[in-house]
Design a protein around this ligand. Sequence first.
Ligand SMILES: Nc1ncnc2c1ncn2[C@@H]1O[C@H](COP(=O)(O)OP(=O)(O)OP(=O)(O)O)[C@@H](O)[C@H]1O
Length: 557
Amino acid sequence: MHNYGTAFLGMLAMVLNTVLNLAIAWQMQQLIDIAAGNGAFLTMAQLCAVFLLSFALMGVIMALNAYARPIFLKRALQQYRDYAFARLTEKSAFAFGREDTSAYLSALTNDTLSLETNYLSALFTLPANVLMLVGVLGLMLSYSPLLTPAALTVSLLPLGASLLAGGHLPAQEKRVSDANGAFLATLKDMLSGFPVIKSFQAEKEALRLFSESNAALQQVKCHAARTRTALQYIGGAAGSLTIFTVFLLGAALALSGRGVTAGVVMVFAQLMESFESSLSVIPQIWANRKAADALIDKLAAALAAHASSGGVPAPSVLKDGITVQSLSFAYNNETPALQDISFRFAAGGKYAVAGGSGSGKSTLLKLLQGSNDGYRGSILYDGKELRTLRPDSLYDLLSVIQQDVFIFNSSVRDNFTMFRDFPSGKVERVIRLAGLEGLINARGADCPCGENGNVLSGGERQRISIARSLLRETPVLLVDEATASLDPVTAFGVTDSILSLDGLTRILVTHRLEEAMLRRCDGILVLKNGCLEEFGAFDELMDRKGYFYSLFMVSQS
Ligand SMILES: Nc1ncnc2c1ncn2[C@@H]1O[C@H](COP(=O)(O)OP(=O)(O)OP(=O)(O)O)[C@@H](O)[C@H]1O
C-alpha cells in the first residue's frame, strides 16, 4: 500500500494554498491602490474576476486537502504499527520473555498518536511553508527593496527564540513515552490482579499506586505541553512585534515619499504575517521531527534488542533423540536450579520427569524448549545443539502444553486451531484426544471464550491448550503438569491419549505419581534439589527402593 500519491496530493494542496495566499495579498494591494487612486495593474472588473477565480481555487484546495491528508495519515500510521508489530513477531519467545512489554504498548499507542499530531500532520505543511518564505521574499523585494532587508532582520528574532526553546522537546517527548509505558504497566497489573486486590481488600493501595503512576505521567506530559505552548507563544509574540516594526518603517517611508504606497504598506504587513507564521512553524516542525526521531529510535532499539540471531534449522523429524550432557543452570546467578545433569531420551519414547517441589522439573522443561540459552553443558536434538538452532524452526520440532494457558478473546475453535484451517478429520480426532467433546457438544466450537477464557473453567482452558498442541503434530511434545486442573477421570483420559499417540517423543512433568501412567513410560527422570537422582523404568526404580520409591510411597499414603 503505497502512500506517495496521497502525500503528493496533500502537499500539492498546501503548496497551492500558499500560492493562493500570495495571490490574495497581491489582489489586496491592487484593491487598496485602486481605491486610493494610486493606479493599479488591474481594473476593478478584472480584479473582481480574479477574486472569484481565487475563491474557486480555494474550494479545489479544500477538497484536495480533505481527501488526501486523512488517507495519508491513516496509511502512514497503519503501516508504522503493522511494520513494528511484524518486527516484534520475529523475536523468539525467549527473547520476548526477557523484555518489558509496556514499552511496546506505549510505542504502539501513545507514541503513535504523538507522531500523528506533532510530526506527520505538521510535516505536510513543510514544502508550503518553505514556498511561502520564498514567495513572500520575492513579492516584498518587488514592492520595496528598501523595506525588505529591515523586515528580514527583525524577523530573525522569533526564529532564534523558537530554535532555543525547541531543543528541549525530544528529551521531553521520550520522557512522556517512558512514563506512558510505566503507566500502562501499572494499569495492566491492576486489571489482571483485580480479583486479588478485591479479596485482599487492597483497593486503597491499588488506587495509591495507580494515582502515583497517573500523576507521574501527567507531570511529564504537562512539561512537554508547556514547551510546545511556549514555542507557539514565543513565535507569535515575536511575530507581532516584527509586523508592528515593519508597519512603522513602511509608514515612515510612505510619508517621506520613497515610492511606497498605502497599498504596499498594507500588503507588506500582511506578507510579513505570512512570513512570520511560516518562519515560526519551521523550527516547530524541526523540533517535532527530532522528538519523533527519539520515539522512532526508542522503538527501533526495543525491536533490535534480543532479536533472534539466525542459526541452523532444527531437525524436522527426530530420529535419534534428545541428549543432555552436564547441564547446569541458575536463574539470576543464584543457587543453581539444575546441576550437572546428563541423560538421553530416545526418539519416539515416553518419559516422565518427577521430583519434589522446586526440584527443577519445570526449569528442565523450559530449557528443553529453548526458553533460555544461559545454561552450561549441552542439549542436543539429534546431535544438534539447541543454542545453534533457528528459533522459528524449533517451534516445528516441539510443542508445549503448559500449566498456564493463554486463551485469546475469540471462539473455542480459533483458540485450538490458532486461527488456522485444518482438515475436519484431524480437528475431530484432536477434539476427542484432548477431551474437548463435552464442551463443543454443549456450546459449539464457535462459542466465545471471553477475555483470557474467563467464561471457561480451568479444565476447559487446559483441554483447549492440549488440543492446540496436539493439532500441530510436532515430533516432540513437552507437557508441564497439563492435567493439574482436570478432574481425575478427565486427567486420566487426557494422559492416556497423550501416551497412546504414536511416533512422538513425549516428556511429561508430573506431580501426581500415578502408577498406571508411570508404568507406561519408557523412563522416569527423578530430580532432587536440581540434581539427577535416578533415571529408569517404574519397576526398576521401585526395586531400587531409593528416592523415587520414597516419593511414590508417600504419594500413595
Ligand atoms: N523465574 C525464576 N526466577 C528465579 N528462580 C526461579 C524461577 N523459576 C524457578 N525458580 C527457582 O528454581 C528452582 C526450581 O524451580 P522449578 O519451577 O523448576 O521447580 P519444579 O520442580 O518445577 O517445582 P514445582 O513442582 O513446585 O512446580 C526453585 O528453587 C525456584 O524457586
